[in-house]
Write a protein that binds this ligand. Structure first.
Ligand SMILES: CC(C)(COP(=O)(O)OP(=O)(O)OC[C@H]1O[C@@H](n2cnc3c(N)ncnc32)[C@H](O)[C@@H]1OP(=O)(O)O)[C@@H](O)C(=O)NCCC(=O)NCCS
Length: 160
């Protein structure tokens, strides 16, 4: 993994309940899709400290949340030995290209390593060239897995 440039006074730590509004605002700024019910649920599952192999970390600078990363260690899913999954990584647009994303990824990888993980995986939209450039810059390569999906018709719900 590339060594991050020192992002001045950025501290990566476990998320706290009081960070959620800022985390949700960063996500809404990036995705243009506010998710008021989602963030408290994710906090319940991944927040409150590193627990049950789950990580929800934030980067803080001058009392402001600049970005976050969420992930988890999974064992034997998709037939794979233990590995770390990064589900989400986002940095406030105004704070980018200062090494914060690299710091966040390094911090979660450090947590994965402490749990004996030697492989990190993620998934990204094909048309998201920004996140692809970022992950490639960190040394991530195409994995030997293929994502598949199927559209389910909501009208079929309960029919059986
Ligand atoms: C990807 C992201 C997390 C990177 O955060 P960041 O703090 O800017 O990252 P860094 O400063 O650590 O950049 C590390 C490297 O990533 C690559 N990179 C980052 N932004 C880039 C850009 N706009 N274009 C090309 N490469 C880029 C570069 O190689 C960079 O290293 P360099 O500056 O030495 O060239 C941030 O751009 C982001 O939040 N993007 C939106 C993420 C998203 O789509 N989230 C929703 C799905 S999870």
């Amino acid at each position: 993994m590339k060594t991050a440039r020192p992002a001045a006074a950025v501290r990566v730590r476990n998320v706290q309940a009081g960070d959620l509004a800022e985390v949700a605002a960063i996500d809404a700024e990036i995705t243009r899709l506010p998710k008021p019910e989602y963030w408290p649920q994710i906090y319940q599952r991944y927040g409150s400290g590193r627990r049950q192999q789950r990580f929800f970390l934030v980067a803080e600078a001058a009392g402001r949340i600049e970005g976050f990363v969420i992930g988890e260690v999974r064992d034997w899913e998709f037939g794979s030995p233990r590995c770390g999954w990064v589900f989400a990584i986002s940095v406030r647009p105004a704070a980018r290209l200062a090494g914060t994303g690299s710091r966040l990824l390094e911090a979660i990888c450090e947590g994965f390593r402490a749990l004996g993980v030697t492989t990190v995986r993620t998934m990204l939209a094909r048309d998201n060239s920004l996140i692809l450039s970022f992950f490639r810059s960190q040394g991530m390569m195409a994995a030997p897995f293929i994502p598949l999906e199927l559209e389910l018709d909501p009208a079929d719900a309960g029919r059986q």
